[in-house]
Design a protein. Structure first.
Length: 279
């Protein structure tokens, strides 16, 4: 293979679907591969070009983003049998503290809820609470259905894994009322005007409309941050990271650890309480 054509990209997409890759994962792989093909401008594929592109990524993106793109490209090279073109990811020191400017606080979450209420957007008000109170991924929201809010249990089958998500009884009560109001008798509770389950982009856009009135930085307002808030809140109360990993559907506790990281400011207050300084 000398060039990455639209036909090749299409075949790679079909392969990812056959491999049962998560929709979001497949879309990202295709997006990253397409961006690389555009950067090549029709030029031939070679190890030198891949390394040059890696350098371009390093100069323009954060290390984690660089590694994410490299992972996508390496998957394509595996698929196409071009193993010699694979490149190494960057070595990144394990993150110890969460970034204060990125993590959503409980107070900010409550302001977002209040803003949604004031705008009269009950759907968004309940949607944010559902993601945050259940700790689910935005892609799992479609499993919150009329039938699951009756039982208080949602069986989620995603990424080849099955798990049960418990829906708090008070949330079930609110969602039943909302479904009745909207005349939703079956299927997903949160749907678009066309009757389809809301997708990631729909929810992202809806949440961004609350930033200004809630006085919350736009960089903090996105669906996955609600899941992070659930994880940090649960861990602060229970201190059981293994159980939390099961609840979140993580295969590795190391992934869960990233969700439970505290900010450096919290750590600073903790070490000040140790009483090891004499002024």
């Amino acid at each position: 293979m000398k060039k990455i054509t639209d036909k090749i990209i299409k075949k790679f997409k079909e392969y990812l679907i056959c491999e049962e890759k998560a929709k979001a994962t497949a879309e990202k792989y295709i997006r990253d591969l397409t961006a690389f093909a555009e950067w090549l401008c029709g030029g031939e594929l070679s190890k030198a070009k891949v390394l040059e592109y890696k350098k371009h990524l390093i100069e323009n993106y954060a290390p984690a983003s660089v590694n994410s793109v490299i992972s996508s490209l390496n998957s394509f090279f595996d698929y196409s049998g071009q193993y010699a073109l694979k490149v190494k990811t960057l070595k990144i020191q394990k993150q110890i503290f969460a970034r204060k400017d990125k993590e959503l606080t409980k107070a900010e979450y409550e302001r977002l809820l209040s803003a949604a209420q004031k705008k009269g957007n009950r759907k968004l008000y309940l949607l944010m609470q559902t993601i945050c109170a259940c700790g689910i991924r935005v892609s799992e929201l479609r499993y919150i259905t009329v039938s699951t809010i009756k039982t208080g249990r949602a069986e989620i089958n995603l990424k080849g894994k099955m798990r049960v998500v418990i829906i708090p009884s008070e949330l079930c009560k609110m969602l039943k009322g909302y479904a009745a109001e909207q005349k939703i008798s079956s299927g997903s509770v949160f749907i678009s005007k066309n009757g389809n389950p809301l997708d990631r982009s729909n929810i992202w856009k809806l949440m961004k409309t609350l930033c200004e009135s809630a006085n919350v930085a736009r960089d903090k307002v996105f669906p996955h941050n609600l899941r992070h808030l659930f994880a940090r809140t649960y861990y602060s109360l229970q201190k059981d990271i293994v159980r939390l990993a099961d609840i979140l559907g993580h295969s590795s506790v190391e992934t869960t650890r990233l969700y439970t990281m505290e900010t450096g400011e919290i750590h600073r207050r903790q070490i000040q309480k140790l009483g090891l300084l004499k002024c």
